[in-house]
Design a protein around this ligand. Structure first.
Ligand code: FES
Length: 334
């Protein structure tokens, strides 16, 4: 049986002042909770990468309402946009009151602080800080351009301030924390596993489906990687066998009339080497106590209680590979 995936990489690109990023976080939290029920052994710890959406804002930021009025052109357009966001936020339990957000801040320093916090903090500290920064901007009327507020929130999240103070430049110089590639997808963007990317806040079901897809792709990639190439000089002739070692395994490769079979070089009875066993047709007999195993099935002859680990053998042109994912082995013999 193949070993299931233990960790899945998940990178999220966001800005603190983007309501869709807060909504996207709530949706992601829900998707990850559901995934934990399905796959309790899987560890997913999202890494949140800051993207400064508005680097041109002045150091003191801008009045929140004025910012949207300038951007959208009219009061009705602002109301319409905010109503859409409020509706989406309410579906994930976030109740936004835009009238209580005083400023659209310059987020350069909060991104610098967050970047440092991610280098220094535990996942729990990071989660606490991320939530408190979102809450400060969207729910508590905080100004994320205020360095004192940032340090206060960081301290409450358990960070030692000495390590964070120096990342607050206090001059509005733009934050340039990440490579262009992911940032160009907009925010929020979710990059799962080896590269499956979703942009924009997404329904929980879609996030969950994408996480499953990313896991399946990672598992398939891992299986693909876990192959051992048999050097041409070690490929056994018909009726012969060869000991193949690599990736921490000792395997025996048999050539039975041109058909290859790979098994563990360890008898499931008491661990004797099977490489030196007696080969009769499709059967290998262990030299230690004489048990015989069918190479095609791996089972003890005439029984299904004991089985030697078997590995698929794949041919690609002239090349031969042993897939290092054994079939499930059973051992009930004392
Ligand atoms: S160790 Fe192989 S038969 Fe006992």
């Amino acid at each position: 049986m193949s070993r299931s995936l233990q960790t899945l990489k998940l990178d999220v690109y966001f800005d603190f002042i983007c309501p869709w990023c807060l909504i996207g976080k709530r949706q992601l939290d829900q998707a990850l909770s559901l995934l934990r029920v399905e796959r309790p052994e899987l560890r997913v710890e999202p890494r949140w990468h800051g993207v400064q959406l508005l680097p041109y804002l002045p150091l003191q930021g801008e009045d929140f309402h004025d910012f949207y009025l300038r951007r959208l052109g009219s009061e009705p357009a602002v109301r319409l946009r905010q109503a859409q966001v409020q509706q989406a936020a309410a579906t994930v339990g976030v109740h936004l009151d835009f009238d209580k957000i005083p400023r659209m801040p310059n987020t350069a320093d909060v991104h610098r602080l967050w970047q440092r916090a991610c280098q220094l903090g535990t996942p729990k500290q990071q989660e606490t800080l991320l939530e408190s920064l979102f809450a400060s901007h969207f729910l508590q009327g905080g100004d994320l351009g205020d360095g004192n507020l940032l340090l206060d929130l960081a301290e409450r999240a358990g960070f030692a301030l000495g390590a964070l103070v120096s990342c607050l430049h206090g001059d509005g110089s733009p934050f340039s924390g990440i490579a262009e590639g992911p940032a160009s997808q907009g925010v929020p963007s979710f990059v799962m596993g080896g590269g499956l990317t979703l942009s924009g806040a997404q329904p929980v079901e879609k996030l969950l489906a994408s996480l499953r897809l990313a896991m399946a792709a990672e598992e398939s990639r891992a299986r693909e990687k876990a192959r051992l190439e048999v050097p041409a000089s070690r490929v056994p002739a018909p009726g012969q066998r060869a000991l193949i070692e690599g990736e921490g395994k000792s395997l025996v490769l048999f050539n039975i009339d041109g058909e290859f079979h790979a098994i563990d070089d360890s008898c499931p009875h008491q661990g004797a080497s099977l490489c030196g066993g007696k080969l009769e047709g499709e059967t290998i007999q262990c030299r230690a106590h004489g048990l015989r195993f069918n190479l095609r099935t791996g089972y003890l002859q005439g029984a299904t209680q004991l089985k030697v680990g078997r590995y698929p053998v794949e041919r690609e042109g002239d090349r031969l590979f042993i897939v290092l994912t054994p079939e499930e082995s059973l051992s009930c013999m004392p």
